[in-house]
Design a protein around this ligand. Sequence first.
Ligand SMILES: Cc1cc2nc3c(=O)[nH]c(=O)nc-3n(C[C@H](O)[C@H](O)[C@H](O)COP(=O)(O)OP(=O)(O)OC[C@H]3O[C@@H](n4cnc5c(N)ncnc54)[C@H](O)[C@@H]3O)c2cc1C
Length: 451
Amino acid sequence: MTFDAILIGAGQAAPPLAHRLVKSGMKVAFVERKLFGGTCVNTGCIPTKAWVASAHAAYVSRRAWEFGIEVDGPVAADMLRVKARKDAIVKASSDGVEHGLRDLEGCTVFDGTACFEGPHQMRVGDVTLEAPRIFLNVGGRAVVPPIPGLNETKFLTNSSILQLDKLPEHLLILGGSYVALEFAQIFRRLGTDVTILQRGERLLGREDEDVAVAVAGILAKEGIEILSGIDPTEVKQHWRGVEVVWPEGSATGSHLLVATGRRPNTDDLQLEKAGITVTKDGYIPVNDVLEAAPGIWALGDCNGHGAFTHTSYNDFEIVAANLLDRENRKLTDRITAYNIYIDPPLGRCGLTEDQVRRTGKPALKGFRPMTKVTRARLKGETEGFLKVLVDAESNLILGASLLGTGCDEVIHCLLDVMYAQKPYTLLTHAMHIHPTVSELIPTVLEDLQPL
Ligand SMILES: Cc1cc2nc3c(=O)[nH]c(=O)nc-3n(C[C@H](O)[C@H](O)[C@H](O)COP(=O)(O)OP(=O)(O)OC[C@H]3O[C@@H](n4cnc5c(N)ncnc54)[C@H](O)[C@@H]3O)c2cc1C
C-alpha cells in the first residue's frame, strides 16, 4: 500500500504531525502497536502527575491542623480509588489521541509493530507500506540493569507500578533520578515505607549539589530513607517480598521499583534496512531538522535529544515548520527546560551553576531561599530556593534552578526571556503581581553576586 507519509508510534510528536500532514493534503499511514498517547499519556507524565495530586491531597490533609483545620479521623489512601481516578484521566487522554487518529480522514491506522523492509518500505504484520516520507516516534522504555537474580523477581517498572491497586508495605527503589524520586514521594505520602537505593553519592546527579542536597532533605523530612553509593550485586526473593544485596549490606522490602534510566525502542525497527546506524545506546542520530536519512525523520525520545513530552512535541513543531510552513526552525534553537514534579517542584531552564562554572566565563548569581518568599510562607511551603545565573558581560540569563512551591510555573518567566534573548534587566523593570513566587524573580535579579 502506498502513502504520502508513514508515521510510527503514537507518542507526543507523530499524532499532531499526522493531523498537519493530512491537513496539507497528504494521505498518511499511522502505525501503533499498543497504547495511543505513548509513554506520557499511559505510563509517564499523566498518570504520575495524577498520583502526585492524590499524594499532595494526603500530605495537605495530614498537615491540616497547621492551617487551623480539623480532619475527622486518620488520613488514609484508598488505593483502589487513587488508581481509579488516575485510570479515568489516562483513559480520556488515550481515547482522545486514538479517536483523533482513527476518525481522521486521510489517515489509515494500522495496529501492530512496524519495521523497515527498505529505506521507504515498512512492514506491519502481513501488510507492506511504502511512502517517500517516514516519521519515527517510537519512544523508549525502562532500562532493566543486568543485576543477577533481578529477572527472577517480580520487580516493578514505571509501567507496572501504575497498575498497583494496593499500597505496598515497603517500597525499595533502585535509582536516584526524577522517576525514582517522584514515585518515592508519591508512595511515601500515600502511606508506604520507602527506601531509595542509589548508585551515586547523591540524588539527581545532573543537578547542582545545592539542589540535590535540598531535595534529599525534603524527602528525608517526609520519612523517605535514602541510601547512597549502592551498587547491587544480587536481587532475590525474600519472605518479605524482595531483597537487594550489595557488597556492604542489603535491604528488604515488599516491592522493588527499578527506575535506573530509559532506552529507546529502536531494537526491532530493522533500521539497518533503511541504512541507519543507531548510537551505542540505541538512539537514532538526526541532523538539526531531525532527519535521520533522506526522507526519514526521528522525533521524540528515540533521537536522544530530549526525554520529555515537550521536547517530543517541539520536535513535531520543528519538522512541521520546515516541511509545511516554509519556516526555518532548528533543534539547536531549543533551550533546555524541564520540571521535576516532587513537591515542592524543581523548575529548571538553561545551564546549571556547575555548567556555568565550567564555561569559565564571568557570571553572576541571584539567590533567595523560599523562607523569604511571602507566598511560600502564606502556603506554609517554605522549602527550597530560587537560583538564577546571568552572563556578566551580556547580561543574558544563562539558566535557573527554582526549587519551591509554584516553581514548575514560575520557571517560564525566565525561560521566555531567554528565548527572547533579552537581558535580565527586562525582568527587573517588569512589575510582577503580589503575592506570588514570580514577584520575587525581579528581586533575585536585583541582587546579583559574582559567581
Ligand atoms: C514515569 C515517567 C514520568 C514522566 N513524567 C514526565 C513529565 O512529567 N513531563 C515530561 O515532559 N515528560 C515526562 N516523562 C517523559 C515522557 O513521558 C516522554 O518523554 C514522552 O512520552 C515522549 O515520548 P515520545 O513521543 O518519544 O514517545 P512515547 O510517548 O514513548 O510513544 C512511543 C509510541 O511508539 C509505539 N511504538 C514503539 N515502537 C513501535 C513500533 N515498532 N511499531 C509501532 N509502534 C511502536 C509505542 O507503543 C508508543 O505508543 C515521563 C516518563 C516516565 C517514564
